[in-house]
Design a binder for this molecule. Sequence first.
Ligand code: ARG
Ligand code: ZN
Length: 875
Amino acid sequence: VPVRLEDYRAPAFTIDTVSLDFRLTPEATRIKARMAFRPNTAEAASGRLELAGDETKLVAIALDGVPLDAGRYVATPDRLVIEGVPSRPFTLDIETEVDPSANTKLMGLYRSSGNYCTQCEAEGFRRITYFLDRPDVLAVYTTRIEAEKTEAPVLLANGNPAEAGDIPGTGRHYAVWHDPFPKPSYLFAMVAGDLGVVTDRFVTMSGRDVELRIYCEHGKEARCAYAMDALKRSMRWDETAFGREYDLDIFIVVAVSDFNMGAMENKGLNVFNDKYVLADPDTATDADYAGIETVIAHEYFHNWTGNRITCRDWFQLCLKEGLTVFRDQEFSSDERSRAVKRIADVRTLQARQFPEDGGPLAHPVRPEIYHEINNFYTPTVYEKGAEVVRMLKTILGEDGFRRGMDLYFERHDGEAATVEDFLAAFADATGADLSQFKLWYAQSGTPEITARGQFDPAAKRFTLTLAQTLGPTPGQPIKRPMHIPIRFGLVGPNGEAIEAERVSGATVTGDVIQLTAPSHTVVFEGVGARPVPSLLRGFSAPVKLSTDLSAEDLLFLVRTDSDPFNRWQAAQTLAMRTLVEGTAAIRAGRRPAVETALIDALGVVAEDATLEPAFRAQVLTLPSEGDIAREIGRDVDPEAVAAARSALRAAIAGRLGERLAALHAGLADAAPFRPDAAGAGRRALRNVLLDLGVAGGTPEAVARARAHFEAADNMTDRIAALATLCAAALPERLAPLAAFRKRYAGDALALDKWFTLEATVPASDTLARVEALLADPAFSIGNPNRVRALVGSFAAANPTQFNRADGAGFDFLADFVRRLDARNPQTAARLLVSFRSWRSLEPVRRAHAEAALAGIAAAPGLSPDTRDIVTRTLA
Ligand code: ARG
Ligand code: ZN
């Protein structure tokens, strides 16, 4: 049965306090829960109390201390219904039993590498005990944990430590934790095990002394240093940027190796996928370091946006996720290069969210219906949700945005809020009318903007016609015009900014055109020379923009635009045009034309020492095969796309090869590895140059990549060289791949990189290789990181081989998903998302994809997670 936003009702009862007592054993953990209930609405008068469960096993139950007669309640694995409960406050005691070792879904209480841990968001708490497992029931939790001392010397839960001790004569011990902040059940966490720890301190802006701890597997403590540093920087940044201070005496991060998602913001006890905690130069790349910084910040920032103010219901998920992604993006922008971070974020948005918005899984930032909430932790809710917050800031300005945030925190601290509450805070703080803006939360799909410019030199008038359209998406045939902020500049002949004397036709606030109607004719008066419009600067809205700019105008922007994002964008747009035309040429049996002006412009950027190396690396990175396929949009032949991309890269190498090689040599870095933005940028540029060199196919370039691999003294360079050899499917990749496998034999996270490289080689024997690697001793179907590294990257990052013309790639994924679904539905459903663009394939591949999906749909016993994705994908 689907859940609908319009059906929301406040809970009949609520729970004020929860006392939990865990007696941990690997296969039969007992949990006693004592819950103080209170009637919350008139509906409580019915005396019927329904609590949620999920494979939950009841052992004992008592109301106000008196065991309940069997006739008073019905307990099934997925619910507990009690009749005749009092219409005054009462206490319910429930004892349940859980087998943590058998919990392969990694939801609720489970074991990971012998340690006990929990994951409760979204609906995992009900797998621990029967509960009002919904985010608008906020309770104060006290948690007692008891375990074998040798098995679990470390006992952790939310809040502050209250009490601990031995249980004499039993070899067992206990600890009690108390969290004074009322919270929903999805933020509950408990961890127990034999773990190593690093500690530090942080003094908050008001002088509160906070103990910081990061727990990890023994022996990996040294790899937690960067995460700890990122945590302290995050804590300081949230004080400065948002005035938000930490509120408990202790903040704990635990790294676990089996985790469905990236990490989880449980109050005071964040649980992380270890890939977002552990790093050292030998095992982690610059991208891994950046990912750790982002995820540590993200989970920490949830303490205010998510925990202190939580969501009323799961439809409001973007209220915490979109906002918190926006906050972590801003943090990383302040810590690193704002322009480069923006480019990277937009690349991710376009690669992950745009295809979602353009396909069968499209849904609004705030969905209105779901079958399985776990399937809505999506790029739309997270990344597009962040873009919506960013637009709010663009529309209201820095000050207005901050005032709105302050009011939101002030008004809703301690509450479960909605998107309406969030927008009301901004409207009330600034007086802005956000009624049209609110459509960003309700309408799915990516708006398309067209822009046409006309210059009248005699009248000194520049006319810009902007039009917006938003096509139909599942469940939404007709759309209304949106409020779209277009940041812009008019670039004069020498690259100078042109200020018009008068502007009419749209509201223009500073350098932002407020697009609100289906189309606007914006007239700029007093413009002395023909300007080139630079539109959507900084990617001021998550839209697809098409302009009438000529190749010459775009090259001009690449050279002169004062907005670095749009310099990058202009180069990408030009490259995209070339790649789309090249793909068409290849399909028509012609050779793609060589675009020398574009190549020369890339050469100029590459050699421009006034530009940040990381930025230059971004400009030199062409749109991916996925980007090109999305741009083409229909009847896509992934082989032709790949061939066109290779052809352009080869043309770049052919024309600039020696210059790029010289540049590469000149960038040699004698300094020891440091994971900071500057060092990462230099490595990124060098490695992009190395990679472009290999695209030229000369033996010298290949030898250079091999030498680079051998000489690398850090993972970033090592993996970059190897990735270059793999992406070109060169036989020279084989020995380094084997050496890498051997070098990192004991290191699961490092081997994930190897699995990924193996799975993404664009060669016809890759599928067979992936199938063989399922039997590699380092692979485990039970570990989500392994599954994503091998199978996930084959499906999501190997376009030619996943989309094989014979359909074998699709069949492989379909079989694997069915197998995984029986163990871990959440991770299985997520893999299946790789089918989302199947309708845009050419007919032969499309038919194979449809058959594979139909095969899954027909399989008996599918989980709700996988059933939901397959049904919507086929619809
Ligand atoms: N709230 C977590 C975050 O920081 C994600 C948890 C998602 N969990 C899930 N079972 N879907 O984004
Ligand atoms: Zn989050």
